[in-house]
Structure formats: structure tokens, C-alpha cells
Write a new protein. Sequence first.
Length: 150
Amino acid sequence: MRRTVGSLLFAAAALGAVGCVANPPAPQKVSVSESVASLGRATLPDDLHGRTVQLTYDSGAGGTLTFAADGRSLTYVAADSGRKTVAPAAIESIGAGSFLVTWADEDSGVVISQVQDYRTGQVTGTWSRRAEGSGPFTIQTRTGSVSLTD
């Protein structure tokens, strides 16, 4: 009798396990907003004309860049001091959702060049200036994050 009860329990457990495997639940559907298809080219900017972006640097505060509608100038507002710079800019697309942005802050003599990659949300840039008058240039490198705010 013990063998029969043991065999029945074993058979029931085996059938239960097979039943679970043989009849799995239906796969869950992913909403359109969370699917890979929704992350296509449409979410990446074709250009930065008239756009506003938020920059945050790993080494400290960042700021807000607002590009003119014609793409020929920008306004930078520093997050920590509120200092505002309006300057001519060069914006070059270097791939889908990636741009090389360069401008000069005439007040401080700093030339800023950044690769803004909206696919990864990362920014990498250099700040170059002359140490004194006609002395050699010093270059700082910064990394951080970039995102469209509009």
C-alpha cells in the first residue's frame, strides 16, 4: 500500500509539473511606449534648431543651451551662477542623434566643443583657453549627460 500511495504522489507531482510546462501562460504584451519600435529614429532630433537642452556635467553643475531657430547661435545659461552667454555656434550632425556643437564665450575667452549624443544621453566636451594673453592653450575635458527639454 505504501508503494501505491508513494507511486500515486510521485505520478501526481510529475503530471503537475508536465502540465505546467505543457500549458505555459500566454506571453505578456509590451505596450507600444515601451517597445523597441517606439525608440526609433523619430525620438532622435534631426537637428537642434530651435531646441533647448539640459546639460549636467560629472565634474559639477551644467546649464541650459537654447539653440536659435536658424541654428547659427545659442544661448547658454549656467545652472550654478545663472550667467548667460549668447554666442555664434557651429552645429554639425555626426550621425543619427549625435551632434558636434562648438561656440566661444568671448567674455572669458573659452572655446567649447561638445559631442552631444542623444542616443545615449551623454555629452563629452573640451573647454580650451589661453592661460595668459598669447600663452599656450589649456584644455579641460568634461563628460556628463544631455537631454532635450522640449
